[in-house]
Design a protein around this ligand. Sequence first.
Ligand SMILES: [Zn+2]
Length: 335
Amino acid sequence: MARLIIRGSPGQVQLLTVLRQECPACGERLHWRYENRRTVVTLGGMLGLRMRISCCENSSCEHYHRPYRPEAEGALVLPQHEFGLDVLALVGALRYQEHRSVPEIHAALVARGVGICERSVTNLVDRYDELLATALGDSARLRQELAAQGRVVLALDGLQPDVGHEVLWVLRDCLSSQVLLARSLLSSTCEDLARLLRQALQPLGKIPVVGVISDGQDTIRRAVAQELPGVPHQLCQFHFLRDAALPVFEADRHAKKLLKAQVRGVRPIERSVQGRDDTEAQVVRGYCSAVRSAITDDGHPPLDADGLRLKQRLEAVSQSLQRVVQKGGRGARHR
Ligand SMILES: [Zn+2]
């Protein structure tokens, strides 16, 4: 089932990078050129986005120095929008599934901690209508733009607000950041999504889809395989990480706690050599400080997990200690 409600603590900052490694036009490696920042109002609070923009550096390429924005940006917020797609999807659901008025929607958003004025709610209802009215078939300008870039990298996102039962599906082109089609569907079976794909793809005519990015749900995978056979389908690292991060983070935190409990005895060992300056005392102090710095060393979860990092560092200390014991043992025999 589709779900995309963006949760973040206030002041949270997310770093987004371009998933594609190669220029879609010439195949040369893309280079990170600069960073863009924007702030998005989501249901989870203010979300800062740091986006690494990549460019093709091949001067003979038709896309030379053309900026590529991170694919995940459009899953969070539409171009030139201040409010996240999750807020927009909720506004649409409250308006059209729950038949709420603008003042009622405003009150509901404020109650959820979204800083918004009533006028912005009216604008959001308009943006929602515009989004659902987006149809590539009706836009000659959009078709021209896509034809000029010669290819489409399709992203497929489903947002399910926690009211109503409909899922807002947004199909967009990652190269131009343009929305190709958006529909609110009550049912999201493989056949429903395949129909949605056909609707989005048909006006593309001969413009090829060279890749698909989604969160890789089974129904999406099957619909894409059916409608776009042979086209590479990448699991969005952003979705994947977000979904994987929480259980990984929890498990890692638990592991770190257990590991820390095992090395709690560092302080008495340090105390036992206090005031001594001989080699043995220095070695003991060295190992104790290695353990201490391992405990306080923080990783960057979930990719660089705290607990795993602590385990590696403690293992290194333990192996080193074993080598010392072995050497010490040999030394004793020689004496
Ligand atoms: Zn290129």
